[in-house]
Design a protein around this ligand. Structure first.
Ligand code: SF4
Ligand code: SF4
Ligand code: SF4
Length: 328
């Protein structure tokens, strides 16, 4: 049944935020960043309307707690398909799908390695950091072009299996250190861009193999939780933003939520400490599973239910806005 209150407090703000964000890009951007504008005059405005409606619709659907996980997966997968679809079309010679004509290697590690190697910032780190400031770790639960693949492959009706590793943080920090070390080495040795890009693509292929063989098998986002260096950065950078997830005193430590967390952030010690572990991305999947409503979003002085809706509005608006941009 149509819920007018949710429409006014969630869908309408998501529509307006998406419309405002994309309108600024349409009016001020100098590269025809709204992709439809590159194909016909004022196509950008039509696309902005469509995406703003989409943001309103998606935020409405995600606000229903029992559907959050399902719609998060659909929308994240759509984002991934659009992103890599644009890349494929660009590589096939339809260069209107490429933002500048300079390809960005579409592997998350390059968000970190690219600026180190080139010694300059590009659009991707700027987009990434903007999302951290606006909505904490939503990059790793709704917005990353690669994480959508890990999420889809680990999706299952069955419960995720435990990660068979004692200290996941040793793995995470080791991979982060390896990526930084080798990128500095490439830079110091003046390795040509072609070979540096080939290294980036190899990291992406390794990531895909991990997803296909490990995440799919264990029903857990092994790539994002253990290997991706950007996920490791997000673990800490997310605290720049005031959104938090906490577990309140009604928790009975039944551990049901633990079985639903694909990011391995709800082990017994995490639950007993009253908050998820560092790898939590605020995806919200666990909230549906808790029969005692013990898991809550918090944002400054807002009530938990409103904090959750605010998180959905901001995250969905960013997701819809990013869908409209020619990103590569
Ligand atoms: S951990 Fe890496 S691959 Fe996963 S969502 Fe975050 S940035 Fe993307
Ligand atoms: S499902 Fe709820 S009650 Fe059970 S451990 Fe998780 S937060 Fe606590
Ligand atoms: S603890 Fe909950 S919100 Fe955090 S990653 Fe796990 S399922 Fe998502």
């Amino acid at each position: 049944m149509f819920n007018k209150k949710i429409f006014l407090s969630v869908s309408l703000p998501a529509f307006l935020i998406t419309f405002s964000l994309l309108s600024i890009v349409q009016l001020k951007g100098h590269l025809q960043m709204i992709i439809a504008e590159r194909f016909f005059h004022n196509g950008g405005w039509i696309e902005i309307f469509v995406l703003s409606f989409y943001a309103g619709f998606l935020s409405y659907k995600m606000s229903e707690q029992k559907n959050t996980s399902k719609w998060r997966m659909y929308s994240w997968l759509l984002f991934t398909i659009v992103f890599y679809g644009q890349l494929t079309l660009g590589l096939l010679g339809f260069d209107k799908f490429l933002l500048t004509g300079n390809l960005h290697v579409p592997v998350p590690a390059i968000i970190l390695a690219g600026p180190i190697y080139r010694f300059e910032f590009s659009i991707m780190p700027v987009l990434f950091l903007s999302t951290i400031i606006l909505s904490g770790p939503s990059w790793c639960s709704h917005l990353c072009y690669f994480g959508g693949i890990d999420n889809a492959f680990s999706n299952s009706e069955k419960y995720p299996k435990q990660i068979p590793i004692k200290n996941k943080f040793i793995w995470k920090f080791s991979f982060l250190a390896i990526i930084i070390f080798f990128t500095i080495l490439l830079r110091l040795l003046n390795i040509p861009t072609f070979y540096a890009a080939a290294s980036g693509i190899s990291v992406g292929i390794m990531g895909l193999l991990i997803i296909v063989f490990l995440s799919r098998k264990r029903k857990k986002m092994i790539h994002c939780t253990l290997f991706c260096p950007i996920g490791t950065l997000v673990m800490f950078l997310k605290f720049i933003n005031p959104f938090r997830i906490k577990i309140n005193s009604s928790c009975t430590t039944c551990l049901l939520c633990s079985k639903h967390c694909k990011y391995d952030a709800l082990n017994k010690t995490d639950i007993e400490s009253g908050k998820p572990g560092l790898t939590c991305t605020y995806c919200g999947d666990c909230i549906t599973t808790c029969k005692f409503s013990s898991i809550e979003y918090h944002f400054l002085g807002l009530a938990p239910a409103n904090s959750r809706l605010l998180y959905i509005v901001i995250t969905v608006s960013l997701h819809a806005a990013f869908l409209g941009l020619g990103m590569i």
